[in-house]
Design a protein around this ligand. Structure first.
Ligand SMILES: Cc1ncc(COP(=O)(O)O)c(C=O)c1O
Length: 378
């Protein structure tokens, strides 16, 4: 069995972007899905305060867990208990924890293609087998219950992400319920990555727990709470899996930084600041959607949530890595090549992140207009 995992090409683009910047070039970073806003000011103030007072030992914040329990009540109307929560250093270790504690090497794990690069690669690194389901315009770029049902034999697990990276597309509520029903019938463990919840332009998204109470749910402070570098997130597991997941987290990861837990707790109450970020993303999204057809990018995934545009560039290139590199070198706009997210068709796609400021989006579009026009003429 090959366990090789693929490189993350957007990291190479980002390295080049920083090298160009060091040479004095002006660079706009649209390659990573990383909010440019930073943590809410009240969270940073709290971090300053606790630095002097806290000994920063291993710690699992009970108040933070209680606050997350309340988030599920307030946001989704779903009751959970704090003992089912495991605090992690973001969604990435939560994914490793969920997969390693629940599945065995050789297990088949279904996921959408295109999809977040680490799903495929983490599954492979843990000696499991990714089963990628092609999801295009006909499927709203998302997993469907029918596609999952058609897998023979059924996979041991499925990773759901709604809104998704790199497309931003969401799964309709009725379809989520249908997916849950099929998974129940076929004993497929659901792993729902809800990292982009709170960032939706088509109304609030339900948690998978509403349809599948035994789903494992991942979330993180990296996106909605704008705290990527603080490395904080959680995994919610069904009661019968708590003991096993605890054994795994204790050995693999221990606890997230106590400083981040203090700050994260405060961030969870900063609604005004956080909703302000979404207004920026909403404006940026509208600007991008208004301008992309003029760049010749007419085929894009529905950006229902998150802060991404997944665009078909098949009429311009069959090498998205070279294309994104040329765009960066010639305009200073850094973007992510599609191959990271789709090993089969990604050479003709690219992803823009609009989690930057609105003036930066405007500037990026200004720079890209003549560049794309020249490519269209070639
Ligand atoms: C869908 C998805 N899941 C997980 C992650 C990892 O996030 P974290 O910073 O919480 O590890 C990302 C990061 O971009 C993501 O897009």
């Amino acid at each position: 069995m090959t366990t090789d995992i693929d490189p993350f090409h957007a990291i190479a683009i980002s390295r080049l972007a920083h090298a160009l910047k060091a040479e004095g070039r002006s660079v706009i970073h649209m390659e990573f899905g990383q909010p440019s806003t930073g943590a809410p000011p009240a969270a940073i103030e709290q971090a300053h305060r606790v630095l002097d007072a806290d000994s920063m030992g291993y710690w699992e914040s009970a108040p933070l867990k209680d606050r997350i329990v309340r988030l599920y009540e307030d946001r989704y109307g779903v009751a959970i208990t704090a003992d089912r929560l495991l605090l992690t250093c973001g969604a990435s270790p939560a994914l490793v924890l969920a997969l390693s504690s629940r599945f065995s090497p050789g297990d088949r794990i279904a996921m959408a293609r295109p999809g977040y690069v680490a799903y495929r690669n983490t599954v492979k690194a843990l000696r499991m087998t990714p089963v990628e389901i092609a999801c295009g315009p006909a499927e709203h770029y998302q997993l469907t219950a029918a596609a999952l049902d058609a897998l023979d034999p059924p996979p041991a697990g499925v990773i759901i992400a709604s809104p998704a990276n790199p497309t931003g597309s969401v799964i309709e509520t009725a379809e989520l319920a249908e997916i849950a029903a099929i998974c129940r019938r076929k004993t497929i463990q659901i792993l729902s990555d809800e990292i982009y919840h709170g960032l939706s332009y088509v109304g609030p998204q339900p948690t998978m727990l509403a349809f599948a109470p035994d789903a494992m749910v991942i979330n993180s402070f990296s996106k909605y709470w704008s705290m990527a570098g603080w490395r904080l997130g959680w995994l919610l597991v069904p009661t019968e899996q708590v003991e096993r997941a605890r054994a795994y987290i204790g050995n693999l990861f221990l606890t997230p930084p106590s400083l981040s837990q203090h700050a994260g707790l405060v961030a969870m109450d900063q609604h005004e600041v956080l909703e302000g970020h979404i207004e920026v993303y909403r404006r940026n999204r509208a600007l991008m959607l208004g301008a992309l057809p003029g760049l010749g990018l007419k085929s894009i995934a529905p950006p229902d949530g998150a802060f991404y545009i997944w665009a078909d560039i098949g009429h311009l290139t069959d090498d998205s890595v070279a294309f994104c590199e040329a765009l960066l070198r010639e305009t200073g706009v850094a973007t992510a090549p599609g191959v990271d997210f789709d090993p089969v068709d990604g050479s003709r796609f690219m992803r823009f992140s609009f989690a930057v400021s609105t003036p930066q989006v405007e500037e990026a579009l200004e720079r890209m207009r003549p560049w794309f026009a020249a490519r269209l003429r070639d």
